[in-house]
Write a protein of this length. Structure first.
Length: 890
């Protein structure tokens, strides 16, 4: 917390605590720089002024405070204490707002929406809290041991030996007197900052500890009780000494029993007053003790002024370091720590709660309730941060290195605490760089995919932008409707396993069919076997000589898988139409049209439609080339390259729809495959000719070619069509092949490939949006079953009580907002944003209030998400139980 700078040595006035908050001192005492400076002063020479004394006094008090804080943290109130430690008050609670709200809302005057974390605290370096918590616990453990009472007794009962100057002395380095403190300061694993603090601490005499204290009117340390709300965080200076600041506040006067000599001036005489400290709350199970400080214990600035004699450090007087017990203590009974039997680290060894502080090394702090939720920044690794390195540096990212978890992180898991088991691998390998894996914090609409250059600014986003583009949506919906279409009062029979036939060739063309004399009908049909919809093509009156004539071609065509060919599934004969029909089953592509329907039949009433663009023709050529390459490669021929048998399933996407049919019909009289393949290329040329000229009639071909030469198409296209259509002649008997065609159109194929990639990108981007919408839909379904539920589990107001009440208020907050005139606010962005945040369960807080403004909550989306899941699971369980019961009853 950079905002809490330590007082510099030059500025003595700033040493005085300006806040009555004990936490201020607590924080000061843990600041590494101050501790370092302080420790060095104690080692290198005498304290130059009362500054060091003041600091030490503060440390001593802090030691007490740490006990409280440590126990408070153990008692489970860590969150509020954390808030208190990290955020000394800077402003009064707002009028009308209770202290809890103040704690949540107004810390450090930072409004809740400015990037606060779980506790509403401003962002801070990860690890700092864990570091401080660790130190707190270490200190708390030590002071929970017998040393604490020993120190207390020594100071309060004035039993300390006195230095030559008359100053009482207390050696905290004595391993006999203060074994755990000594062990603590020797422990290797302690942060260096603490060790230095302890080093400075042990070298001081009692006079240094106690003398400056009376000069501080605000020296009383007001420890917060477990009820933080009752703590007046607005006080910038301490209440007067002796004033009872409330039952829940603990007043610990730190006072002197000896005058402080400053600058050789006499110190005003003061009657010695016992150093009153509360008992360890862990020992006596009291968290906060109301202690009233008598008025007689008050100190004024006069007691520490220019007239005070100057301080003479013990080191200078003695000349060398010596045992600081005075002769007065020679007769004192030998101190035996309570419960101590081991001379090495007796107290620590006996203290089960402090058993992790051993002489061999202080084990690092491991939080009791481990929080591995990566949404919170507080969960830093307490394992490796300071085990050997010493001072924790919050700005060193190395300590925050995260390695890839050995267990795969599941972003769909509701509860990530299960990762606790894999905590160690997750936080290991700090040396090598490893990409950090973090769960997605905000599941807001991800701007994936191609972005139009003319897109409006983010704040101009419209509802349209959140959903599928209208044309795509309309197309998909039409296709869906076409797939589900049924024919009312249909006279059409079921054909084998196919039922619900719907005719597709509603407009029969006048031109002759490519299938010769057989009349062709096309239906949409649903399979009884799997419920899928297929295209059923019926060749009325067609006959086959043998089973082989259907099975053999089918087996060959089933091997074909190509994006420009409609997949063949089945072929069989049927008498279901009361005749002999040959039935072909293909994949169904809803709302498709033949090229003839799309480009030629629409020219009605002599309308002159613009000619097909050349790039579209090249695209068709490329796609058919792709289809033919596959078909010819399998030793087959398409035999259906005709405007009526090439269907357009999407924009500019074409497929051969009637493959295999002629192979079955002409099975007995089949021609050589090379000839058929050659014919495919000729048919391709004729198709382009038909489309380019815009007429189905291109005979004679020669005149059509001449007509095509007069069009505005490029010579390259004209040349290709000519090459395709012209049959081999005696001077050039070499057959044309698909492998010969492909190199001629390579760059057009690449153009086509690029367009399909861009189309893919566009679809992918839309898919992302729909992914978000799908999540919101699920969340809304959950909220829908919870909100306003009349009764559940014998509770009439189930949805209005408990956790569900905040969900109701959230519903109002999202959907039922009104403006100052009571008019509804229909802010789609607000609704989407709130629902996404709820779905993500982020740490951001939201202020919910009832319609009558009598009830208000400040709650995080994370908690709300938990509540939604709890309530939904409750309903789900009940539903499952009931259905199981009802099933059992049958
Ligand atoms: N696999 C398919 N999936 C969906 N619709 C198809 C499929 N195959 C053909 N169709 C559609 O069925 C309709 C009839 O197709 P068909 O092949 O019979 O064309 P046509 O113009 O009627 O030809 P013909 O004059 O030879 O009967 C066309 O609208 C076509 O788009």
């Amino acid at each position: 917390m950079g905002s809490h700078r330590l007082p510099s040595a030059k500025n003595k006035s700033s040493v005085r605590p300006t806040k009555s908050l004990a936490v201020f001192d607590f924080q000061r005492s843990l600041n590494a720089r101050q501790l370092k400076d302080f420790g060095e002063r104690q080692h290198t020479g005498p304290p130059q002024s009362a500054l060091a004394c003041c600091e030490l006094a503060s440390l001593v008090v802090n030691l007490r405070l740490l006990v409280f804080l440590g126990n408070e943290i153990e008692s489970g109130d860590a969150r509020r204490l954390e808030a208190m430690v990290w955020n000394p008050p800077t402003s009064s609670p707002a009028n009308g707002m209770d202290s809890r709200q103040h704690l949540e809302l107004g810390r450090s005057g930072i409004p809740p929406h400015q990037g606060l974390d779980t506790n509403g605290d401003p962002a801070r370096p990860v690890g700092s809290w864990a570091q401080r918590l660790q130190m707190t616990r270490v200190l708390g453990t030590v002071t929970k041991s017998e040393d604490q009472e020993q120190i207390t007794d020594r100071i309060s009962q004035d039993e300390c030996p006195r230095a030559a100057s008359g100053s009482p002395r207390l050696d905290l380095t004595s391993s006999e007197e203060f074994p755990s403190l000594t062990a603590l300061t020797k422990a290797d694993t302690l942060p260096r900052s603490f060790k230095k603090a302890a080093a400075g601490y042990r070298a001081l005499s009692r006079s240094e500890i106690t003398s400056p204290t009376p000069t501080w009117p605000g020296q009383q340390q007001h420890l917060p009780s477990s009820s933080v709300e009752s703590y007046d965080r607005t006080t910038s200076s301490a209440p007067p000494c002796g004033e009872n600041v409330g039952e829940q506040l603990l007043t610990i006067p730190v006072e002197s029993t000896a005058p402080l000599p400053i600058r050789g001036r006499p110190v005003p005489k003061m009657s010695p007053v016992p150093f009153r400290l509360s008992r360890n709350p862990v020992l006596d199970r009291r968290v906060a003790l109301p202690i009233t400080t008598p008025a007689s214990l008050q100190f004024t600035k006069k007691s520490f002024n220019v007239d005070s004699p100057s301080f003479t450090p013990a080191q200078l007087q003695s000349g060398s370091k010596k045992h600081t017990f005075s002769s007065q203590t020679a007769n004192a009974a030998v101190f035996t720590p309570k419960g101590s039997t081991n001379s090495a680290t007796p107290a620590l060894a006996q203290d089960s709660e402090s058993s992790f502080v051993t002489a061999a090394g202080v084990r690092d702090f491991t939080p009791q309730a481990q929080n591995y939720d990566l949404n919170t920044t507080s969960a830093t690794n307490g394992v490796a941060s300071d085990s050997s390195a010493g001072i924790y540096d919050a700005f060193t990212m190395a300590t925050m290195g995260q390695a890839l978890p050995t267990t795969q992180y599941n972003p769909y898991a509701e509860d990530h605490t299960s990762m606790a088991g894999v905590a160690t691998p997750f936080y290991q390998a700090q040396g090598a760089y490893a990409a950090a894996i973090q769960p997605l914090q905000y599941h807001l609409y991800a701007p994936v995919g191609p972005h139009k250059a003319d897109m409006h600014h983010p704040y101009q986003k419209q509802a349209y932008d959140f959903f599928l583009p209208n044309d795509i949506r309309e197309d998909l919906q039409k296709k869906s409707a076409a797939t589900r279409q049924v024919l009312p009062n249909s006279q059409l029979p079921d054909v084998s396993q196919y039922h619900s036939l719907v005719p597709l060739d509603t407009a029969k063309s006048s031109h002759t069919s490519i299938f010769g004399s057989s009349v062709c009908w096309v239906y949409k049909a649903t399979s009884k076997k799997n419920g899928n919809v297929y295209c059923l093509r019926r060749l009325q009156g067609a006959r086959v000589a043998s089973k082989n004539s259907t099975n053999e071609p089918l087996a060959k065509w089933k091997r074909i898988s190509n994006g420009n060919i409609v997949t063949v599934h089945e072929v069989f004969t049927s008498r279901d139409f009361n005749d002999t029909s040959l039935i072909f089953i293909h994949n169904y592509h809803p709302n498709s049209k033949t090229l003839a329907e799309h480009h030629i039949s629409q020219r009605r009433f002599g309308q002159q439609q613009p000619p097909i663009q050349e790039n579209v023709l090249w695209s068709y050529i490329s796609q058919l080339c792709n289809a033919l390459r596959t078909v010819h490669g399998e030793g087959l021929a398409a035999r259906c390259i005709h405007p009526t048998k090439v269907i357009m399933t999407e924009k500019n996407r074409i497929r051969l729809s009637a493959c295999m049919i002629l192979d079955v019909l002409e099975y007995e009289t089949s021609r050589p495959i090379a000839e058929l393949q050659q014919e495919d290329l000729v048919d391709l040329g004729k198709l382009i000719l038909i489309l380019g000229l815009g007429t189905m009639t291109i005979s004679p071909v020669q005149s059509a070619l001449e007509q095509f030469q007069r069009t505005m198409y490029s010579p390259e296209l004209k040349e290709l069509v000519f090459w395709l259509v012209t049959p081999p002649y005696p001077e050039q008997p070499i057959q044309k092949t698909i492998t010969e065609l492909t190199p001629r159109i390579t760059h057009h194929i690449l153009d086509s490939f690029d367009s399909s990639l861009q189309a893919y990108d566009g679809i992918n981007s839309n898919l992302h949006q729909e992914l978000e919408n799908g999540r919101i839909a699920r969340l809304m379904l959950k909220l829908g079953v919870i909100n306003e539920r009349p009764d559940f589990d014998n509770e009439l107001n189930w949805s209005e009580t408990g956790e569900r009440y905040s969900l109701k208020l959230f519903r109002d907050y999202v959907f039922h907002q009104v403006d100052s005139n009571g008019n509804p606010v229909l802010d789609l962005g607000h609704m989407l944003s709130c629902l996404n945040k709820l779905d993500a369960g982020i740490d951001e807080k939201v202020y919910l209030t009832s319609r009558d403004h009598q009830t208000s909550f400040i709650i995080s989306y994370k908690e709300l998400k938990k509540q939604v899941n709890n309530a939904f699971n409750e309903l789900q369980k009940a539903g499952q139980t009931k259905s199981a019961t009802s099933r059992a009853g049958y």
